[in-house]
Design a protein around this ligand. Structure first.
Ligand SMILES: Cc1ncc(COP(=O)(O)O)c(C=O)c1O
Length: 385
């Protein structure tokens, strides 16, 4: 028999107050329908892979090849969830990303959380860019290591901290992102890697928003090999999941100590087939990738010709952020653009610092030049009103 639902489940006053405060700050989050009828300037599906028919056909081929019958992985990778396709996919990823080993996780959040919380020991230090993603910061919170942020993309600040702390800890880890998820600007992985090498620090790079946008195969040809790289499949690959790239020893370590790998059901065969198919497609087809590059250039040129540069954060990626101060104002500009047919979302404080609220334009290979000109004209009118 179905249990009776309890209409009056208790909810603590302290949590009610936190929600009320969010409301007073005009920052209360709620789930919204995705606007499928609006022009997409907000999803992470940079290359349109989530609705690419050729990729769906490759997915079916993979599922047929592996005669996949089970719709669930049926357990953790360490128990019944380690099916042949996921092992073969990891072997493929080693070649694709030119890495000794590859370990697939359920999401980018899980990958960063599992990796970073597992590596830092009590006698270690983690230095991380102040704009690093929540998954990195949450991994740090779970780790017993000491942690300090360094100023965003500021190599001198990082160098000063490495120099100050170099003899005080067993191991120092440095974490950054190639493309930052809120500002869209990029770091200099080569310079970060060189600095880490000088101080014998271990470098971790999150490539979530650069793969498929700045490059097709991830960072390569660095002067030294990073300790770990994290590539996610939910952005340009239009799929779901992530991989941690690094040495065989790192893989063995993650299988033993990364809790978000050990204590969770493995990705399903269908998910793995899609992740694999998206990689095969990107490997064999550069067109969407090249088109996206030209769309980004066009967007930037239009921002400049419409005299909007002063409110945009400089970025060469698919993430172009227009700072509009205040949750109320940025929400109203986004509502206006949505009414005009464009899906562009506001990013509110406290997700970004107060005063740095923004409209975050995500560009795609399938956005047209006409759409870009139109949305920027409407934005110009809207912010001057
Ligand atoms: C830089 C960065 N890393 C990791 C993640 C998490 O990836 P996923 O969405 O696969 O959990 C995100 C997601 O927004 C991100 O922006």
């Amino acid at each position: 028999m179905k249990p009776n639902p309890n209409p009056n489940s208790p909810f603590p006053e302290s949590l009610k107050e936190k929600l009320s405060q969010r409301g007073r700050d005009n920052a209360l989050r709620s789930l919204q329908q995705t606007y499928k009828d609006l022009i997409d300037f907000s999803s992470n599906d940079y290359l349109g892979f989530s609705f690419n028919q050729s990729i769906s056909e490759l997915v079916s081929e993979k599922l047929d090849t592996y005669k996949s019958t089970h719709k669930s992985a049926t357990g953790s990778r360490l128990l019944t969830g380690n099916y042949p396709m996921i092992e073969d996919f990891e072997s493929y990823l080693k070649g694709y990303y030119n890495s000794e080993a590859a370990t697939v996780f359920n999401s980018g959040y899980d990958a960063n959380l599992g990796l970073i919380s597992a590596i830092g020991q009590r006698q270690d230090l983690i230095l991380y860019d102040e704009l690093c993603h929540a998954s990195i910061r949450d991994g740090i919170q779970l780790s017993p290591a000491k942690a300090y942020k360094f100023k965003h993309n500021d190599l001198s600040d990082l160098e000063a901290k490495l120099s100050k702390f170099k003899d005080q800890f067993d191991s120092i880890y440095v974490v950054s992102e190639y493309v930052f998820s809120m500002d869209g600007d990029d770091s200099d992985p080569e310079a970060l890697m060189s600095l880490c090498n000088r101080f014998q620090a271990f470098f971790i790079l999150d490539e979530a928003h650069s793969i498929g946008v700045l490059n097709r195969y991830g960072i390569d040809n660095l002067c030294f090999t990073p300790f770990a790289r994290v590539v996610t499949f939910g952005k340009a690959f239009g799929a779901h999941g992530a991989v941690v790239l690094g040495s065989n020893e790192l893989k063995t370590y993650l299988i033993n100590f990364a809790k978000s790998f050990v204590y969770t059901t493995a990705p399903s065969q269908e998910t793995t087939a899609r992740n694999w198919a998206s990689h095969l497609y990107l490997d064999q087809n550069a067109k969407a990738f090249e088109t996206l590059k030209s769309i980004i250039q066009y967007f930037k040129a239009e921002v400049s010709s419409k005299h909007l540069s002063s409110c945009f954060i400089d970025s060469n990626s698919a993430i172009q952020s227009c700072v509009i101060q205040g949750n109320t104002k940025v929400k109203s500009v986004s509502k206006h653009l949505q009414k005009e047919g464009f899906d562009v979302r506001p990013i509110l404080s406290p997700t970004v610092p107060k005063g740095k609220e923004r409209l975050r334009f995500c560009l795609h290979s399938f956005n047209t030049k006409t759409e870009i000109s139109e949305i920027l004209s409407k934005l110009g009118q809207s912010i001057t009103n």
